[in-house]
Design a protein around this ligand. Structure first.
Ligand code: UDP
Length: 240
């Protein structure tokens, strides 16, 4: 894989840049320290975040691969760069919740921290202009965002990821409150659905199991302080 060259930037998102490579089958992602919240209304920098999110995401993707989940991960190239399989992202935020928090608590008037009787799955349409609206299965299929077959693969993948991650984080004293994943269609391979994007404190809610201290991006969103320290704490526990 070391013969693959990094070429032009093809996309810049809020937290990552994506580059084409000398092979059409691979991209290189580069993680930034930039942080945004509330659909880009709040901007900031979390020093060292890009390095932690790159390494943590790669560790999570390798753990998931071991447990039978197909991901875009190929090889970490540097502190901030990773070689990944080229995919077209399905424009959905796929959200699993174990404990009520954030927009769920607000929408339904449920206190943050309330244990849900089952893990839930919901989708938002990735569209900044529309503010990422909630969308249901039939609307996703009706609009051609994904097929019925793709949605059933996506939901099975999301619940499987929840099982693996919930277990893993319980083992290091962390409650996995909720998380967001993104799925991609593998270019040049029948559009097979695989896990793409990242799994990090930017995209998951993590609470300390004993104290319920928030160890994720809510510290930035809500101006709680200790943002860098929270990312570092999660990263150290993963590597303990
Ligand atoms: N999430 C994300 N990107 C988004 C929206 C949500 O990664 O654009 C994650 C968020 O970090 C949390 C989960 O998805 O772990 C559920 O977020 P929620 O719907 O409660 O939204 P929020 O309160 O962040 O607006």
């Amino acid at each position: 894989m070391s013969s693959i060259q990094k070429l032009n930037q093809i996309y810049e998102g809020k937290a990552k840049k994506v580059f084409a490579t000398s092979s059409p089958d691979y991209y290189i992602v580069e993680y930034k320290d930039d942080a945004t919240a509330f659909n880009g209304l709040k901007h900031g920098t979390i020093t060292g975040k890009g390095i932690i999110n790159n390494k943590m995401s790669n560790a999570m993707f390798q753990l998931l691969e071991k447990n039978g989940v197909k991901t875009h991960f190929v090889e970490q190239l540097s502190d901030r760069e990773t070689l990944v399989k080229a995919v077209k992202i399905v424009p959905l935020e796929i959200i699993i919740r174990n404990i009520a928090a954030g927009s769920f608590s607000k929408r339904y008037g449920v206190e943050e921290g309330t244990q849900l009787k089952i893990s839930t799955l919901e989708y938002s349409l990735k569209n900044d202009e529309l503010n990422d609206p909630l969308i249901n299965d039939s609307h996703i299929i009706a609009l051609g965002v994904a097929t019925e077959q793709e949605l059933s693969q996506i939901s099975a993948m999301a619940y499987k990821i929840n099982d693996v991650l919930k277990n893993f984080f319980a083992g290091i004293g962390i409650k996995l409150i909720d998380f967001k994943i993104e799925a991609g269609r593998l270019i040049n391979n029948n559009n097979e659905i695989i896990l793409a994007d990242e799994i990090s404190p930017d995209t998951c809610r993590f609470w300390d199991a004993k104290t319920n201290e928030k160890l994720d991006k809510d510290r930035f969103r809500r101006d709680l302080g200790g943002v860098e320290e929270a990312y570092q704490e999660i990263f150290s526990r993963i590597n303990q």
